[in-house]
Ligand binder design. Sequence first.
Ligand code: SF4
Length: 422
Amino acid sequence: MLVQTLPDTMTKLAQMGDATIYEPAGDQPQQEHRRGAYQSRSLAECITNVSTPKGSLPIVKTMLTTACERNCYYCPFRAGRSKMKRLTFSPDELAQGFDTLQRAGQVEGMFLSSGIIKGSVTTQDKIIDTAEIVRNRYNYRGYIHLKVMPGVEYEQLYRLMQLADRVSVNLEGPTQERLDALAPKKDFQRELLSMLQLAEQIRRTHPYEKLAGTVTQFVVGAVGDTDQELLSLSNRLYRQYGLTRAYYSGFSPVIQTPFENLPATDPLREHRLYQASFLLRDYGWRVEDLPFMSDGNMQLELDPKRAWAERYLREAPIDIMKASRNQLLRIPGIGPVGADAILRARRRGRLTELSHLRQPTTVIFGRTLDATPTGTCSLTNSNHGALICGFPQRKTFQPRSDTPSCRSTTLASIKGNKFNSG
Ligand code: SF4
């Protein structure tokens, strides 16, 4: 007689580690634990150090169920995929498991997603139930990131935003056409984009309530999506829907899916998308400013800020004595901190020598003097006595994280006569 024992809660949690591969959760997604697609075996594999607004925290990333009635072409949890072991928690069970882990000091937060079973609304209710038990029965006040299921109801979304620090609505593709090629049963406008619209509406309707920020995720490179499509939509989401962050997850093929033979996306493309996305979100750039090529993509070899500068700054260098803050932010090596330092130095008097920048900048940039160089920007004395930002020779680019090079190069120091990248 074959006797099969049911796995206990911790074993199930351990086996759900695959959820961690496909769901970036923190502010530095490329630093989150990445590995090949397989079913995890140890609990440690399911706990990821995630950069959150509350600092870097060990987060358990898990799912209410790895079963799903939908069949997105790229997804390991798609219906009918026999290589995926299907495991399901009840809200009680998962909340209790999380409470055990966090009381033992093993985790300081939870990222909770789910496959869809019996429709989005039913599945969303279970996610809400889990979060309510964690918050109310176990009195947990720490970090929670919850997934919004496609096309849920207004009240469900509102409740999710009350319970969580962050909620994610994964758009997956930048248009209905791209989404059709990735996830044939999803409706781009009605089920996904409208969730982000609603979230912003909820924030505006309840301005004094502490509500979760919204993020989204794109699957990049499987179905011909272009950087221009992805960044145009990201920009719209930042401007109109109050999106906190867009994640760009380079496609990686999963065996026993319709996409198993497609090539994986170059990780450098993810990196360039993050750089460009930060220029749009934090540096006041417009989509039209980004250096797209004729095929709608950006060059992989150059960071987008540098590519723009190569195109425009060589012939028309920026005079940092006169440049506005936004113009300063166009210069590779100068980010918000650097631009503000230059503006402050300018207010003290005319900048005619690099030594005039030394004091305000070195204090600010001192903590990252030894950071890896990611770009170049030199300040050279012009013939007219003002400082002009021009272009020295290029340095080799070394991608480190999703941090935009313009931010890391902002953290620069003045060494000798150079404004060296930090
Ligand atoms: S709905 Fe989500 S879990 Fe289900 S197949 Fe699609 S991406 Fe995967």
